[in-house]
Design a protein around this ligand. Structure first.
Ligand SMILES: C[S@@+](CC[C@H](N)C(=O)[O-])C[C@H]1O[C@@H](n2cnc3c(N)ncnc32)[C@H](O)[C@@H]1O
Length: 168
């Protein structure tokens, strides 16, 4: 079983105690409809190494696995997940973890893999959620060519409801 803490220092400095898998699954099941909707947007403001985002991504991918256009729709699913963490190693770990889940789920060409990496680089960000004015998130547009970065949104405007990102 994965440890819920990395060190005492990280617990005292950043409140870093990871949620156990059982609780993650139970909490995701409370919003199972949204977790099974590949387009529904999620923002994890203190994402750690991605316990919640990984579970949500797995559920989204499972929901579309036998639908047509899996390649582009799996990118849509990936692009619907946003994460912020104040510790850069957690941000890296979260991006890698989500990438591996996504990559394992299909047979993707190099261009699509590059787009997936780019989405994760942009959506899973290093920052202090308590200073939302410094955090920029982007939405995504899709066509037959794949993903293109859309409008940028300052997190503080999203919190005050002035942005257009559909954070459910
Ligand atoms: C309690 S852990 C939870 C991690 C993950 N959400 C989970 O449930 O397993 C809290 C996380 O919040 C991060 N964190 C603490 N303060 C933060 C802040 N002001 N802004 C962004 N992340 C923060 C820590 O680095 C840590 O990864």
């Amino acid at each position: 079983m994965k440890s819920q803490i990395k060190s005492r220092e990280r617990v005292s400095q950043h409140g870093e105690v990871f949620t156990a898998e059982r609780e993650v699954k139970a909490m995701c099941s409370l919003v199972s409809k949204q977790c099974g909707d590949y387009k529904a947007t999620f923002l994890e403001p203190a994402c750690g190494d991605g316990n919640f985002l990984a579970e949500i991504l797995s559920r989204k991918l499972q929901a579309i696995e036998s639908a047509p256009d899996y390649s582009v729709n799996s990118l849509v699913a990936l692009s619907s997940l946003y994460g912020i963490d104040i510790q850069s190693d957690n941000v890296e770990a979260c991006r890698d973890r989500l990438y591996k889940i996504w990559e394992k789920s299909g047979d993707f060409d190099d261009r699509t893999k590059f787009q997936a990496r780019y989405i994760l680089l942009t959506n899973i960000v290093h920052g202090d959620f308590l200073k939302p004015e410094r955090i920029i998130l982007y939405d995504w547009e899709f066509d037959s060519q794949g993903a293109a970065r859309g409008k940028d949104h300052n997190l503080s405007s999203l919190i005050t409801g002035q942005g257009v990102l559909n954070l459910e």
